[in-house]
Design a protein around this ligand. Structure first.
Ligand code: FAD
Ligand code: NAP
Ligand code: SF4
Length: 678
């Protein structure tokens, strides 16, 4: 593809960026993501395969996951990578693999500061972070010099290993960021006190790295443009640091939004697309190096419009490259509708990392498993029927067809998507529609025969048409055994989400799992569109759109959305409602419902339902909830009636196999792995 051709689709996005000593082939940066592969000994081949696949997919510049700068970030006895000279040749595997595809790659140097989970953390001042019980050690002058040396040695190591540059992590509340703000830096020596002294450390690191690596090495500084914590920087201070960083020798400045401890969602699915590029735009006007923007940019259209209106010189997309390694190539060749879009669920990426598991992707289980989950041509192509076009059936059908099987997909509904057609109706989960769009397009491209609108019976499959059947028929919502469960005020979540029943002003929701929370979100929202608007998002979370408040939030009261209903969200367990939700998103769901006054009750024992409402005991005390409507969200059972009488060999996947704790991540992963072996 020639440059002129490629530029016709997304002219700004696909334009090269001249950095003087080197040129990036487009404006797309794959942002740093810790995958967990960095922590596995001898995983260079897996990392090389992971990055090579993204480089082959056309990305201009890759930033690796963070590599730890200092022993204070690593478990006792483990040395930072740069101290082991034998690692240079191993990292050559990664850089060579990327360079073969004409992409560039920078290594991110990360010093975790007081966020270190190793039990010993180093910070400017001995103040523990609210999200980490470890009280950090206050760094001595000698220790500060050692940390600077570590950044410099790591940069030099990266240069020897063939990296095109480094990204110095200076945002998200990590070590360098901690020196910058009074919240975490109370020193009165040469590294604290005035702003000038607080920014001395990041500037010293950049100057020394530039001096060591010379003029032809990319230095990206990830700068916290909006801390979103009390006691953070003002925007004027951010601009001052930006100008000083340019003088110190950075090549590019990347946007950081929000510290890890900030109680504000910045990348989850309810955050509107491109919600923070206006911050980068304000910065870019004042600072004289190319600037990269980030956060919730997940389609080429959004990326193009952000760049075309001048908000930034480059866009950083991270999770979208887990979802689809070929994001850029598809955009270049006019195939954006074939992109497997990141739905910002965090379920297989951030949630995994925060619970010590390897990163992957809900919509693409091959991410970070490239060497192990191969989709190779089938040795014996067969005629397969896949029954049920929910996430499991769609993933199985598409994977099997890619391998050369002849696939027929049979779905009772008039559309594909299964329960994702319910999920996408929840305010803040509109992105789930993208997964349905992606699979629909793949069905067309792969020539999968789609038969909609008929509930399939065993007889339909026993006619010799198919060699094998995959049953992906999903679930049946559980109907709990409560006296009065058939009362007219009771409705199931499916009918409620589809808008098929009228729901009154006082509502009890039985079951506080993921679906109970989603139903509470739906019933407490005024309209489905409210979460899509950047202004209302900023208002809801108390972020100053004028950038006058310190840290972007100080003195700004969050706006409280008012629920049109009084809602009770109930569970039998004694544990905190929502405790089982995603590690990185559960707190957001709880906070949103709390803002709207949803009352959550644990320890419920349901007695009966009648004209007065729901009678229950809460922790042994009798309670009557005088509600107009009761919505049942009490989990599911597998839907498997098709197995009876089926004479063709079959396999069960998704909810049809196991409904307990089933989510789309498990459904798609199981389906893809099964279809990869048929
Ligand atoms: P389903 O999605 O249930 O698909 C089964 C399909 O089979 C259906 O389309 C059905 O019509 C069809 N079918 C059944 N019987 C027949 C038959 N006899 N003939 C033909 N077709 C038949 N998961 C997450 O991971 N993250 C989330 O944030 C999330 N949010 C959710 C929000 C809501 C409101 C809901 C309802 C679910 C949510 N889920 C979420 C759960 C997720 O959607 C399910 O885990 C997933 O859809 C299960 O996939 P499946 O393919 O096994 O089943
Ligand atoms: P779930 O998470 O298993 O929750 C079921 C709820 O029903 C629980 O609160 C349970 O709590 C209650 N319950 C179970 N049996 C009951 C009974 N017999 N009588 C009364 N209450 C009963 O299931 P779900 O909410 O239906 O969600 C289905 C799947 O979709 C989940 O696995 C979830 O991961 C996924 N999902 C995920 C998200 C997300 O944000 N990641 C969102 C939506 C759905 P008690 O037993 O304590 O009462
Ligand atoms: Fe995006 Fe979810 Fe995949 Fe993470 S798991 S990359 S958030 S789609």
């Amino acid at each position: 593809m020639s440059e002129t051709q490629s530029n016709s689709h997304y002219p700004t996005l696909l334009q090269p960026l001249d950095l003087g000593f080197t040129r990036l082939k487009n404006r797309v940066l794959m942002g740093s993501m810790h995958t967990g592969l960095e922590d596995i000994p001898d995983s260079h081949r897996r990392l090389a395969a992971f990055y090579a696949e993204r480089a082959r997919g056309g990305v201009g510049l890759i930033v690796t996951g963070g590599f730890m700068a200092s022993e204070f970030c690593l478990p006792e006895g483990i040395e930072p990578l740069f101290r082991d000279a034998s690692q240079v040749s191993r990292h050559r595997l990664i850089t060579d693999a990327v360079h073969r595809h004409d992409s560039k790659i920078c290594l991110q140097i990360l010093h975790t500061g007081r966020y270190s989970r190793t039990g010993r953390a180093l910070a400017p001042t001995a103040i523990a972070a609210p999200i980490n019980p470890t009280v950090p050690i206050e760094a001595s002058e000698e220790q500060i010099q050692q940390q600077i040396d570590a950044f410099v040695e790591f940069a030099s190591f990266s240069q020897q290993a063939g990296y095109d540059g480094v990204e110095i992590m200076g945002s998200e509340g990590y070590f360098l960021n901690e020196f910058i703000v009074e919240r975490t830096n109370r020193r009165q020596d040469a590294w604290g006190g005035s702003y000038e002294k607080r920014i001395r450390l990041p500037l010293e690191v950049v100057r020394r790295v530039r001096k060591r690596t010379g003029d032809r090495f990319i230095i990206i500084f990830r700068l916290s443009m909006l801390d979103l914590v009390e006691g953070g920087s003002t925007f004027d201070e951010v601009l001052e640091l930006g100008r000083e960083l340019v003088r110190a020798g950075v090549t590019l400045i990347n946007t950081g939004i929000g510290w890890h401890e900030a109680p504000i969602p910045t990348i989850a699915t309810m955050v509107p697309r491109a919600a923070f590029t206006w911050v980068t735009a304000r910065f870019r006007r004042e600072v004289d190096v190319p600037v990269i923007t980030s956060n919730r940019i997940n389609t080429p259209e959004v990326a193009e419009s952000v760049l075309a209106r001048g908000d930034a010189d480059m866009v950083s997309l991270a999770r979208p490259f887990l979802a689809d390694a070929e994001f850029v190539k598809k955009a270049e060749t006019g195939r954006a509708d074939e992109i497997n879009t990141c739905i910002a669920c965090n379920q297989a990426c951030l949630d995994h990392i925060f619970s010590g598991r390897l990163t992957s992707c809900l919509v693409n289980p091959r991410a970070c498993h490239e060497t192990e989950l191969e989709i190779a041509p089938a040795q014996l192509p067969r005629k397969l029927a896949v029954v049920g076009a929910g996430p499991a059936g769609l993933a199985a059908a598409v994977t099997a067809a890619r391998r050369g099987h002849r696939v027929t997909l049979l779905e009772a509904d008039s559309q594909v998507g299964g329960q994702f057609n319910l999920a996408r109706r929840i305010p803040g989960k509109e992105e789930f529609q993208e997964t349905i769009r992606y699979f629909t397009r793949q069905l067309q491209l792969l020539g999968i025969e789609l038969r909609l609108g008929k509930a399939i019976t065993a007889e339909d499959l026993n006619n010799g048409e198919f060699d094998q059947v995959i049953l992906a028929t999903g679930i049946v919502p559980r109907k709990p055994d409560i006296d009065g469960i058939d009362h007219p005020c009771v409705a199931g979540y499916v009918e409620v989400i589809r808008g098929e029943v009228q729901i009154g002003r006082r509502v009890a929701i039985i079951g506080a799992g993921g679906i109970g929370f989603d139903v509470a979100q739906l019933l407490s929202s005024e309209s489905q569109a409210e979460n899509q608007d950047i202004r209302s998002y900023l208002w809801q979370w108390g972020i100053d759109p004028e950038l006058k408040a310190r840290g972007g939030i100080e003195g700004v009261a969050p706006g409280h959305q008012v629920s049109p209903r009084e809602i009770f969200l109930l569970q039998r367990k004694q544990s905190r409602p929502g405790a089982g939700l995603g590690k990185t998103t559960g707190w957001i769901h709880r906070a949103e419902l709390k803002q709207r006054g949803v009352k959550m009750l644990a320890g419920c024992h349901y007695r009966k339902i009648d004209d007065h409402g729901l009678h229950l005991e809460v922790n042994g005390e009798p309670v009557l909830l005088e509600v107009d409507s009761i919505v049942i969200c009490a989990g599911q059972e597998p839907r498997r009636e098709l197995c009876t009488g089926l004479q063709v060999p079959y396999r069960l996947i998704g909810g049809a196999d196991e409904a307990l704790e089933l989510d789309a991540k498990r459904a798609i992963d199981q389906a893809t792995r099964l279809a990869a072996t048929l």
